[in-house]
Write a protein that binds this ligand. Structure first.
Ligand code: MF3
Ligand code: CO
Length: 251
């Protein structure tokens, strides 16, 4: 399927979906504390998503068993919530969630510190978030997609970290994963599609403190850094407009 351009009506539904998801993230941030389990986070997240009249898009997606991906420390993405997995003071935890509202999807991720975290972990989270904003400065009509990718990579590497290459962002709309794929690094050849108003994109830098290589755990979901260093994730669903990009999943 080709890249879709959303109508004004579809965009309004994606705004609604994004706003709900942004609120879910804000409220999940408030419960992050030492002692809670990753299971608690998933239960609370799914409850809020359903109360808002949405469907949790991750649940059952290719067999994924939960509504919120919860990834701690060296876990990059797709950690599976577990009753026995507790957060400890000093951990960093990435929460990735997706909702479907009246047929339209939104996808967003945040990384939080648990209690007081060491300055280097804080810097990793800050650089990851900032790299998203550096990237979307290029998310304008007429620009090529990989200008966004290159800006993310530049900022991350300038700060001494690496961008994960095995996983990418994506177009989003009626489906969670639509074209195009959105790498967080500049591919060697090609410039990427030309951006146009009405495109909706999930842009999601995943940043490792060490090297960019990742492994998959035995559960066939959890992606971890190969070198055991910590990793952070920050994602929003973004609309390309005639002017500045509109971040749909942020209040
Ligand atoms: N947010 C993820 C993405 O952007 C999707 C999570 S995978 C799932 O691809 F299985 F949990 F849905
Ligand atoms: Co995504």
């Amino acid at each position: 399927m080709a890249v879709t351009i959303k109508s004004e009506q579809e965009i309004q539904l994606m705004r609604d979906a994004g706003k709900i998801l942004a609120e879910v993230h804000e409220r999940l941030a408030e419960i992050i504390a030492p002692g809670i389990t990753t299971w608690d986070i998933d239960r609370k997240g799914e409850e809020m998503i359903r109360e808002a009249g949405c469907i949790p898009s991750f649940k059952g997606y290719q067999g994924y068993p939960a509504s919120i991906c919860v990834s701690i420390n060296d876990e990059v993405v797709h950690g599976i919530p577990n009753k026995d997995h507790r957060l400890f003071e000093g951990d960093i935890v990435s929460l990735d969630a997706g909702v479907i509202y009246q047929g339209y999807q939104s996808d967003a991720a945040r990384t939080h510190g648990v209690g007081k975290v060491d300055p280097e972990s804080q810097r990793l989270m800050d650089v990851t978030k900032e790299s998203f904003f550096r990237g979307i400065e290029y998310a304008r009509p007429g620009n090529h997609l990989y200008q966004v990718s290159a800006a993310i990579q530049r900022f991350v590497e300038k700060n001494g970290y690496s961008v994960v290459r095995a996983l990418v962002g994506h177009g989003i709309g009626r489906e969670m994963h639509e074209e195009p794929q959105i790498p967080n690094y500049k591919p060697m050849i090609r410039r990427g599609i030309r951006l146009r108003p009405g495109m909706t994109l999930a842009i999601e830098p995943m940043v490792n403190a060490g090297k960019y290589e990742v492994w998959m755990l035995e559960d066939d979901w959890t992606v971890v850094t190969r070198d055991g260093t910590r990793s952070a994730h920050y994602e929003n669903t973004v609309l390309i407009t005639e002017g500045d990009p509109e971040i749909l999943s942020l209040l």
